[in-house]
Design a protein around this ligand. Structure first.
Ligand code: 5CA
Length: 456
């Protein structure tokens, strides 16, 4: 993409309305614009990241055996009356009337909707288990929308719902998501800590929130100090195997949100306990028959008796993750995208577009990089070198290639890695090959350096 053609409205000054770094940088880097409180438009650069995050989430859901569907954003109030949640949900729910005065709502979550779909289709235990997910916009009329996409009113969530015959099956489904979430976040270079959590308006008796530690996190969290050195590796876990051992290992070190943390019962001595802030990027729930019973979602068991489906639900804040990723990956100059979610693999800067030789060489390199399948943002603007360096650092693409008249005369181009700051002159002819070897390697970055907002 040529920057002269791209819609990338950068902002030089820090926007006064933004209190945290990810919000500031998303506005400054032209990723989002606010429409009204907690409601945002996604501009081309921001949308590319959102889609990357969404795709990683999707791939890991698919790998776990969950199947993608798409349910509507607008739901009938009737559905929520059946489960008893219509009145309970309170002011967070946006209630709407259609032209026939029928009560509707903009979905804050989809337990009721999906339960009726499965109820009407599945009658026998033989058709279980099932796990259905969708990636859809939600609306919650939050009291205090803030921090940009971190606490929005309209936000993109991946939510899925598991249906099993019995408690053991439901726990296995829960464990699968426990694994899938760790895999998902690791692919984005994020260290997510699973924490015992309150079940809130979703309900149920077992829940974990996945947090990354960050000073700007909205949640108070407590965990065993050993978590700082512990890396839970879920990439080798076999979904077909017994997942309970992995779940036990992943929950063996204490970690809890402040809603459930009880200092009088905490097993960790005070000097081994960390009090920190966390960004909740996902939450999983097991709630058994809480929705299937009132909604009549029963199946015939092996002996012919009718049994309520045993369910769980699982959410990932897809749009929140974009903000969380920036909280974990930035420096004073701007964003530092992990490769796996970067909007473009690299930036190409032509320092002297008015010079024919530079323009021809940069155009040529741009064509070759694209020909090699590398996504490039090409700064072909007629701007000062300083403005170009600042813009490229701000938007944070993993690598930069910088072409100027001096290097060109020597047949070389400067390569700069955004994260390490390392610079090196490369022979111009080798530049394409050097990156063609890892064109779209969507591997994990090294997030977390800025996210360790750990208090004593
Ligand atoms: N039905 C369940 C699981 S599907 C559910 O709604 N869970 S939740 O309430 O925990 O939301 C799931 C995830 O969505 C959260 O972990 C968080 O990452 C994200 N999320 C929740 N509220 C917001 C919000 N106001 N803005 C941005 N992301 C949010």
């Amino acid at each position: 993409m040529r920057l002269t053609q791209y819609f990338l409205p950068l902002i030089r000054e820090n926007p006064s309305e933004a209190q945290i770094v990810s919000h500031r940088l998303m506005l400054r880097a032209g990723m989002i614009r606010q429409s009204s409180a907690g409601i945002y438009s996604w501009l081309p650069l921001g949308l590319r990241v959102l889609k990357r995050v969404e795709q990683i989430v999707r791939e890991e859901q698919d790998r776990s055996g969950a199947q993608e569907i798409l349910m509507p954003t607008i739901q009938p109030a009737e559905l929520w009356r059946e489960s008893g949640r219509y009145d309970d949900y309170g002011k967070e729910m946006l209630r709407i009337k259609d032209r026939h005065e029928r009560e509707m709502l903009y979905g804050p979550t989809n337990e009721e909707q999906v339960t009726t779909i499965v109820r009407d289709a599945i009658k026998s235990y033989r058709d279980l288990p099932k796990n259905l997910y969708h990636i859809q916009w939600k609306f919650r009329d939050e009291v205090r929308p803030r921090f940009g996409v971190m606490r929005g009113r309209e936000f993109l969530m991946k939510d899925n719902y598991s249906f099993d015959l019995d408690a053991a099956g439901a726990k296995h489904s829960y464990n699968k998501m426990f694994v899938a979430y760790l895999r998902t976040f690791a692919r984005m270079g994020l260290k997510a800590i699973p924490m015992r959590a309150d079940t809130g308006p979703i309900g149920g008796d077992l829940s974990h929130e996945f947090h990354i530690l960050a000073e700007t996190g909205e949640s108070g969290v407590f965990c065993d100090r050993r978590w700082l050195e512990t890396e839970l590796r879920a990439d080798e876990v076999d979904y077909a195997g017994d997942l309970e051992a992995f779940f036990r290992q992943g929950t063996s070190l204490y970690a809890a949100t402040d809603d459930v943390h009880d200092p009088t019962k905490c097993p960790v001595p005070a000097d081994e306990l960390i009090t920190a802030r966390g960004i909740e990027i996902g939450q999983i729930f097991h709630f058994g028959a809480k929705y299937s019973e009132p909604l009549g979602a029963l199946v015939a068991g092996p002996d012919g008796e009718m049994l309520p489906l045993q369910m769980g639900s699982y959410g990932i804040g897809v749009s929140r993750l974009v903000g969380a990723l920036i909280e974990a990956n930035h420096d004073d100059a701007g964003i530092i995208w992990p490769e796996s979610v970067a909007p473009f693999r690299m930036g190409l800067i032509n320092l002297r577009p008015s010079d024919d030789k530079c323009r021809t060489a940069a155009d040529d390199l741009y064509a070759k990089l694209r020909g090699a399948g590398i996504e490039v943002l090409y700064d072909d603007r007629d701007e000062s070198p300083g403005a170009k360096f600042a813009a490229m650092d701000l938007i944070g693409l993993p690598d930069q290639l910088i072409l100027g008249p001096r290097g060109l005369a020597a047949g070389s181009i400067e390569w700069k890695n955004r994260r390490s700051g390392a610079r090196q002159d490369l022979p111009l002819d080798d530049a394409v090959q050097g990156f063609a070897d890892k064109p779209l390697s969507r591997t994990a970055g090294e997030g977390g350096a800025h996210a360790a907002g750990v208090g004593g």
